[in-house]
Write a protein that binds this ligand. Sequence first.
Ligand SMILES: C[S@@+](CC[C@H](N)C(=O)[O-])C[C@H]1O[C@@H](n2cnc3c(N)ncnc32)[C@H](O)[C@@H]1O
Length: 115
Amino acid sequence: MAQTAPAPHRASIVEGGVVYKQNLGEFVKKDSKVFFAATDRNKEATLEQLRPYLADAVQVLKVGSGSCQHIYHFAREFPGVVFQPTEYDTSLFTSIEAYTNDLLSQATTSISTAS
Ligand SMILES: C[S@@+](CC[C@H](N)C(=O)[O-])C[C@H]1O[C@@H](n2cnc3c(N)ncnc32)[C@H](O)[C@@H]1O
């Protein structure tokens, strides 16, 4: 007998006034910044591995920038480095734009937005 896949669990959580909507196990912020839980968990360990390279870097091409959470995290530590995001999935462009706009508004870092 054929089995029906369970309906994806959907929920919302509110944290600091921001509403997150669950989408296939991840939470998506309403302001278009996508939030990947795994990226959030590994961002600090990843930064520690990259720190010696970023210390000497001038420009970094980030292939597969996803939500842009990693660049957001790294760029605030290394404001002198120009980060260039790239992403295959066009549905993530608005998230990348939201994080980079946030960085630019903080005026502490350089982001290359050339296409
Ligand atoms: C694990 S996610 C990266 C998460 C990211 N570090 C962040 O801060 O959210 C890997 C990403 O690589 C992207 N990707 C896969 N192949 C690609 C390609 N050839 N060029 C650019 N991005 C690619 C995927 O769409 C996916 O968003």
